[in-house]
Design a protein around this ligand. Structure first.
Ligand SMILES: Cc1cc2nc3c(=O)[nH]c(=O)nc-3n(C[C@H](O)[C@H](O)[C@H](O)COP(=O)(O)OP(=O)(O)OC[C@H]3O[C@@H](n4cnc5c(N)ncnc54)[C@H](O)[C@@H]3O)c2cc1C
Length: 424
């Protein structure tokens, strides 16, 4: 019997473990945190499917040609199987009628969401229950210093490097803070490199503007639920079309500054908003956070605590001028006039920094989830799935993270179970 070691108990690790077990392998999962789930616990449980003759073209356009076509074909094939696979485990998905994230790219895109309350944690609960029902051993607070590849197959399902400040600064284009799962400290990168792996997609990531507080491990992603808001930088200058960016791609607005207009975005900046926006809903909560904190529905607790400031208490020399000039047509940054609403006092501001939710980079894998050396040959016994070297080469689809973890977790589980050797 093949003995398989899975590193990481998020969606990728759980999908790999279930699949390898069901194909006859004996599986052990090591999770370095005291609990499983990874970023699925913070996720919205959204799942993408891309169909039709241009499915791979769609994925290729998002990856900017940085992911081989056979890998994207394997991914697209696996996407179609996700609903039936989750149903076979006892779960369900529903179709959601979202506007397309990338409407101008080819391919037929369907968005789904796992059915559960809340959907992300419920998805992981389903996978965890299936792992437990099969008697698959999961060792928490466990990891390895080196990959024991001589003993048999190892599946890297150990996530990205959001929580390693040095790796973030080395590979990602912006000075970022982390908003997601604190277990993702870049072990995948170090272990894979030591085993001789090539890396890919190291500069790709997605995230949001976020509020950082020293008492909380992760920064809080911020969303404003009414149009009466603007972004300004540390000096109080606007620097972007606040409503014109795809939700995962928002932070790229920081890289499109117009240097001749003296608007280099100095962070931390501020989200400035009015009373209607304050009352329209909690600034944090659309996506989850590992922080043990529930944001107040009308933002009053955070205002009282000083996390949200009254505009008079914000020291930003250009802010008065910015507020006077906001609303002129045409908008300096091309903001859609339908979203330009007068900011009516009292005004508030919350400090914001760019926050990374998922770093795509990691070991390069092929269509069978085998980890490759720089010369393109597979490293014997080493596999990777999900955020441990994601397939997304530049942009990402809505629902692209969990699906990468499920599809390549399943592919890795199938591939390893065909091997004859194993850990003892
Ligand atoms: C706020 C937020 C919302 C999101 N919403 C969505 C969404 O709706 N849809 C979607 O598709 N994607 C979403 N994503 C992205 C998605 O959650 C991730 O892409 C996905 O969960 C990755 O799964 P994974 O199993 O590959 O890795 P992870 O979930 O990152 O899990 C990796 C696991 O490995 C463990 N680990 C790390 N190092 C080691 C080690 N050395 N040894 C053992 N274990 C280790 C970690 O503790 C962790 O448990 C969201 C992300 C965030 C942060």
């Amino acid at each position: 019997m093949t003995e398989v070691l899975v590193l990481g108990f998020g969606v990728a690790g759980a999908s790999a473990a279930i699949t390898a077990h069901d194909a006859g392998a004996r599986v052990t999962v090591l999770e370095k945190m005291p609990y499983g789930g990874g970023n699925c616990l913070n996720s919205g449980g959204f799942l993408v499917d891309v169909d039709g003759p241009h499915a791979v073209d769609h994925l290729d356009a998002l990856c900017f040609g940085k992911t081989p076509h056979d890998v994207l074909e394997a991914f697209a094939d696996g996407l179609h199987e996700i609903p039936a696979w989750l149903e076979s485990l006892g779960g369900a998905v529903r179709t959601v009628d979202f506007p397309k994230s990338w409407p101008n790219f080819p391919g037929e895109v369907t968005y789904r969401q796992f059915v559960g309350d809340p959907p992300g944690p419920a998805l992981f609960d389903l996978l965890r229950e299936n792992v437990e029902r099969r008697g698959i051993e999961v060792r928490y607070e466990s990891t390895v210093d080196d990959l024991p590849l001589e003993d048999g197959p190892v599946i890297l399902a150990s996530g990205g490097f959001e929580y390693d400040a040095q790796l973030r600064d080395t590979y990602l284009s912006l000075p970022l803070t982390a908003v997601g799962h604190p277990g993702n400290t870049g072990d995948t990168i170090r272990l894979a490199q030591r085993a001789g792996a090539a890396l890919w997609h190291m500069s790709a990531f997605f995230g949001w503007f976020a509020f950082e507080h020293p008492d909380h491990v992760a920064a809080f992603p911020l969303d404003v639920h009414a149009p009466s808001f603007i972004y300004v930088d540390g000096d109080g200058r606007r620097f972007a079309d606040e409503t014109g960016w795809e939700v995962h791609d928002k932070l790229r607005c920081l890289t499109t500054y117009l240097p001749r207009r003296r608007n280099r975005p100095r962070m931390p900046g501020w989200i400035v908003f009015d009373e209607r926006a304050r009352l329209a809903g909690p600034l944090n909560g659309i996506v989850g956070t590992p922080n043990d904190y529930t944001w107040s529905a009308d933002n009053s607790v955070e205002l009282e605590a000083g996390w949200i400031r009254r505009i008079e208490d914000v020291d930003a020399p250009e802010l008065d001028r910015t507020l006077r000039e906001y609303g002129a047509t045409p908008d300096e940054f091309g903001r859609d006039p339908r979203t330009i609403v007068a900011l009516e006092p009292p005004l508030y501001a919350i400090p914001m920094r760019p926050g990374v939710a998922t770093a795509s980079g990691g070991p390069r894998r092929d269509a069978q989830a085998r980890v490759l050396r720089p010369d393109g040959t597979p490293i014997p016994n080493l596999y990777a799935a999900g955020a441990a070297g994601s397939i997304w080469g530049h942009l990402t689809e809505h629902g692209g993270g969990l699906t990468d973890a499920i599809v390549f977790g399943r592919i890795a589980g199938e591939t390893v179970s065909k091997q004859k050797t194993g850990h003892t």
